[in-house]
Ligand binder design. Sequence first.
Ligand SMILES: Cc1cc2nc3c(=O)[nH]c(=O)nc-3n(C[C@H](O)[C@H](O)[C@H](O)COP(=O)(O)OP(=O)(O)OC[C@H]3O[C@@H](n4cnc5c(N)ncnc54)[C@H](O)[C@@H]3O)c2cc1C
Length: 397
Amino acid sequence: MPAARVTQSTIEAIREALPELRLLTDEIDRESYRSDEAAYLRSQLPMAVALPETADQVAAIVRLAAEHRTPIVPRGAGTGLSGASGGMENAITVAFTRMNRILEIDKANLVAVVQPGVINADLKAAVAKEGLFYPPDPASFEICSIGGNIGTNAGGLCCVKYGVTRDSVLGLEVVLADGSVIRTGGRNVKDVAGYALTHLFIGSQGTLGLVTEATLRLRPAPPPKATLLAFIDETDGAGDAVERITAAGLLPCTLELMDRVTIRAVNETFHLELPDAAALLLIESDLPGAAAEAELDAASAAAEAAGSTEQVRATNAMEADGLRQARRLALRAIEKLGATRMEDVGAPRSKLVELLDSIQRVVAEHGLNCGTFGHAGDGNLHPTFWWERGDWRPRLV
Ligand SMILES: Cc1cc2nc3c(=O)[nH]c(=O)nc-3n(C[C@H](O)[C@H](O)[C@H](O)COP(=O)(O)OP(=O)(O)OC[C@H]3O[C@@H](n4cnc5c(N)ncnc54)[C@H](O)[C@@H]3O)c2cc1C
């Protein structure tokens, strides 16, 4: 049977089995589920979009889709940058937007149990009210979901100290491809025997199953951050500074980089007046009291040794928030210059200088426009290419 007719019969079967389920089939409704944030990829309109509210509904949808051999695309908030939550014609997108409840904040065990559609920032705010902290903070944390963070094993600004999403997930409830439901992990901090199934699902982009509940690890809220900006005259000096900070045994909670192109774009967009340096490092410490200033002093010395001639410290929390926010929105600032493609490159921290050199060489050799920013403390940079809108360059795709 042709794929379109198969999918149609799946839709009918789902409607019959789950009359209360919100199932979008109008073209105009489905359009917003066509793509994620990877705008440079060609995308397809999903045949239908299901918006389940319970794990039972998810299991029933998956079981019926399996019976009818219809593919499924799980989707969180659609902020992914790889096209993975974009639609496929003849497939059903299962969007977790309505499964957005924080089920429990368990202070005794430092654990939160959440549905996958919870927005990262909402979870952070809810646990902060209890004096607790959920570390993973992708730059998109105000708009992305926990399910998507698990699907991508999202990193973020404070991952240099607290680890990526994987390091904060203790257990999962997952609907497998045949509609069966399994639970992995749990609330135990020591949970070491047997296969690490929880970790297998994290970062699997929904290919192994649909996460319907997550048990997450919390920490006591750290003290407010002290913030330092180190401006550096040579781009690869920023890589050198990161190596020196790491080798000095420092563990700042933020160690982010923006190059000159990014600094200019961010200045323009957010009306900041950051100096026009080759690169800047945003370095933060959340150690208690004087220890934070001492950590920044040591980081400052390491940056100076790597060629930083100008440095400033945020004088208050609002100023620090503004600088962090400017870094978080670096991609949006570059997007104002044209159509973009953001790359995601990871390297050992001791190779950051080489990585920055290589990016500069490729950009110069091919006459490209590129701004580079990212989680330098993790050795993770985002060279972001842009070109005039409408000027499609297939060689970048
Ligand atoms: C401005 C901006 C800044 C960003 N900064 C960062 C950053 O610092 N670090 C970073 O890692 N990423 C970053 N991203 C990328 C993106 O926000 C993250 O990858 C985020 O984790 C995606 O979450 P989402 O809810 O939007 O997921 P989606 O894009 O909807 O989905 C992402 C993947 O997860 C799968 N998925 C979603 N929900 C489930 C589920 N319940 N079960 C199984 N699989 C599921 C999807 O199928 C897809 O494969 C950024 C994006 C933007 C636009």
